[in-house]
Design a protein around this ligand. Structure first.
Ligand code: FAD
Ligand code: NA
Length: 392
């Protein structure tokens, strides 16, 4: 093969952003590989034929940002709907709005507290563990918002997320539990939010719609039978942007970084709308899943194209990830952080290779963070690498 100027491993938002920038600013020829059979990484979505719902294959994705550079960048490739994210929760047979706000509090206590009264009540209830330094998440939760609200909305949900009794989890997992003393139940506080008008995949296809960018799917960087593999590219001295798992790159030689994953169970209903909202959390232990996503309801502006008599819901089951699972949320214990620091040092020393994205840097990043770090990585690391090669 004749190698391109740059090989990008991973067609997620990090890799696509770097590829787009390399063409735009350096006129580079870029080849992207991905082991999956589609581009888009975890932000990929597809349209469900029966219902017309846009299904986010790797879990619900809501775009939000306060970063002007990122907002202007993404708007070059897609328009956004006016979607505003709101979440509801079922507890003890009653539906409440989240995050915990004055509406949640007044409904829960069957009261009509003013903001000041509600604040005084929560402080009093949180005082149960005042002056202590809780080591476990359960006591920390009680100390932050009081036992009644903690036990109703946080305890069992968190237990399901971690598949662990919160009394056995470290308090460090939660620093604060936001409570709003007004009726604002808008989930994100960012300046801009919305969903890509014609879907996530169309957005990401447009990012790389240029003859200088080519893509190979179902292509594993570590498979030496295909030309764009680690060993061959290293020998040929081709610059690489790597967005796969950093521990995998080094053959797990220092040990495995730990992740949580989510299993999705698809359920179909013969009705137009099952929950009346896109996201329903289940706060109690008797429902085994944490939350359910009803994808049709993310896009009410598409009602005309959706099936009025059918809907599709994905229930989410959270658990610790093994090597073969999709790594979703870094667990980030002190041991994980120390191990990542060692891998990070090895990554920095790797010639002509830039590590990025959530897997390559072992970070939980929202989409806007990934795009922002990719724009910066292009400027600070990839552009100089391409310039040095071009000067040879
Ligand atoms: P990825 O999208 O993971 O892309 C990495 C790519 O590398 C993958 O396609 C993978 O197949 C490929 N790859 C890995 N190894 C190899 C290999 N050996 N060879 C070839 N290719 C390889 N963000 C938001 O802003 N809002 C949300 O609501 C939101 N919800 C989320 C919900 C869940 C369940 C998860 C997991 C994430 C969510 N995110 C959300 C975060 C969002 O998914 C990420 O910020 C973004 O998709 C990460 O892009 P990336 O390019 O870093 O990684
Ligand atoms: Na490097």
């Amino acid at each position: 093969v004749e190698y391109p100027d740059l090989v990008v491993v991973g067609a997620g938002l990090f890799g696509l952003t770097v590829a787009q920038q390399a063409v735009e600013h350096a006129g580079a020829r870029v080849h992207i590989i991905d082991v999956r059979d589609h581009i888009g990484g975890n932000a990929y979505s597809y349209f469900d034929e029966e219902t017309g719902a846009e299904i986010h294959k790797y879990g619900a994705h809501l775009f939000h940002t306060s970063n002007r550079r990122v907002w202007e960048y993404v708007n070059r490739f897609t328009e956004f709907t006016g979607y505003v994210h709101r979440v509801y929760a079922t507890h003890d047979g009653v539906v409440y709005s989240l995050p915990i706000n004055l509406g949640t509090i007044n409904q829960f206590f069957r009261a009509h507290y003013t903001p000041a009264e509600a604040q005084a009540l929560i402080e009093e209830q949180a005082g149960e563990l005042a002056g202590t330094d809780p080591a476990n998440l359960n006591d920390k939760g009680i100390q932050l918002i009081g036992r009644p609200l903690y036990e109703a909305f946080i305890k069992n949900y968190t237990g399901k997320q971690w598949q662990t009794d919160p009394a056995e989890l470290p308090a460090s997992i939660i620093k604060r539990l936001p409570v709003r003393f007004n009726y604002d139940n808008r989930y994100f506080k960012d300046t801009w939010e919305g969903l890509p008008k014609d879907g996530y995949t169309k957005w990401m296809e447009r990012m790389i719609d240029d003859p200088r960018i080519t893509v190979s799917l179902k292509t594993d960087f570590f498979d030496e039978s295909q030309p764009y593999n680690k060993k061959a590219l290293r020998e040929a001295g081709v610059p690489v942007v790597y967005t796969g798992p950093v521990d995998r790159y080094f053959d797990y030689e220092l040990g495995d970084l730990k992740w949580r994953t989510v299993d999705f169970k698809e359920v179909r209903y013969d009705e137009g709308d099952h929950f009346g909202c896109p996201v329903m959390n289940f706060s109690d232990a008797d429902v085994p899943y944490t939350r359910a996503i009803e994808f049709k309801n993310f896009n009410p502006e598409r009602r005309e194209q959706q099936n009025p008599d059918k809907t599709v819901v994905w229930e989410e089951y959270s658990r610790f990830a093994d090597r073969g699972d999709e790594p979703y949320y870094p667990i980030n214990t002190e041991a994980d952080k120390a191990l990542y620091a060692q891998y990070e040092a090895k990554a920095a020393a790797e010639p002509k290779t830039v590590f990025g994205g959530r897997l390559g840097t072992y970070k939980y990043y929202d989409m806007h963070n990934v795009i922002d770090t990719a724009l910066t990585a292009y400027e600070q690391q990839v552009a100089p690498l391409l310039a040095a090669e071009a000067a040879k």
